[in-house]
Design a protein around this ligand. Structure first.
Ligand code: ADE
Length: 249
């Protein structure tokens, strides 16, 4: 197994490269790919930057150039419904590109000529990630609350959810827009800007993948402020601890 780990932003992956042994930098396509070992797992870490094209380009490169056999995307997302709170962790069971609409040629959300609108994540990898996330919540969270408080951020113990994530080339910051989307996509748990693009690439290349997202905001009018604060203060703690637990599993 060779694990590819993608995040859009530095803060979503901070500390993971530092935890690798023998990390070596390879520059390709305006990105830094760090290869080495995370625990016993051969790993390549990379920042994709934001958006579906950026994420797709990065996922293809991980597989074709760096021979990644499995991919995990870790980062933050906006909550997709009121039951999903800031600080909760969402593991994708499937992902949809909510801005894909080639109707009336194809049904809304369907990616033309794949026959799919919802791309399923790998069950085994996603279950391992969900276990890692739950262990993090059960065993590390007291410490995380203390660290967050020192950064003036108050957190409560998160819930781990599994279900549908929607991706699109938009930062959602409108209650009404989110409501419209969640009505069109029953079960929507989170919105972000990369996961479903990675899902399509992995589906087409036959590579198992999983996506974990910590909720940074409620995708409402306060989303931009909440997002910035969450990313600057605490996002890295979640990603690093969950991914390190996964690599030890
Ligand atoms: N990532 C984190 N919050 C988001 C939001 N509200 N919309 C899109 N992507 C996000």
């Amino acid at each position: 197994m060779k694990l590819g780990i993608i995040s859009a932003l530095h803060e979503e992956q901070a500390g993971i490269v530092e935890a690798m042994s023998g990390a070596t930098r390879h520059v390709h396509g305006m990105r830094d790919y760090w290869s080495g070992r995370l625990g016993d797992t051969e790993t390549v870490c990379v920042l994709s930057r934001i958006g579906k094209v950026a994420a797709a380009m990065t996922a293809v490169t991980l597989v074709e150039r760096f021979q990644a056999t499995h991919i995990v995307f870790t980062g933050v997302a906006g909550g997709g419904n009121p039951g999903v709170k800031v600080g909760d962790i969402v593991i994708a069971e499937s992902l949809v590109q909510y801005d894909m609409d080639a109707s009336p040629l194809f049904p809304r959300f369907e990616v033309p000529l794949t026959g799919l609108s919802h791309f399923p994540s790998d069950t085994k990898l996603s279950s391992a990630l969900a276990r890692a996330a739950q262990d993090f919540v059960d065993q590390d969270f007291e410490k995380v609350i203390d660290i967050a408080e020192r950064r003036d951020f108050s957190l409560v113990a998160p819930r781990v959810h599994r279900g549908l994530i929607g991706s699109g080339d938009q930062f959602i910051s409108s209650r009404q827009r989110l409501l419209t989307l969640s009505e069109a996509l029953p079960g929507l748990l989170a919105v972000e800007m990369e996961g479903a693009a990675v899902a399509q690439v992995c589906f087409e290349l036959g590579v198992p993948f999983a996506v974990v997202r910590t909720i940074s905001d409620n995708a409402n009018e306060e989303a931009a402020t909440d997002f910035m604060r969450f990313v600057k203060s605490v996002a890295a703690i979640y990603s690093r601890r969950v991914v390190l637990r996964l690599s030890r599993a």
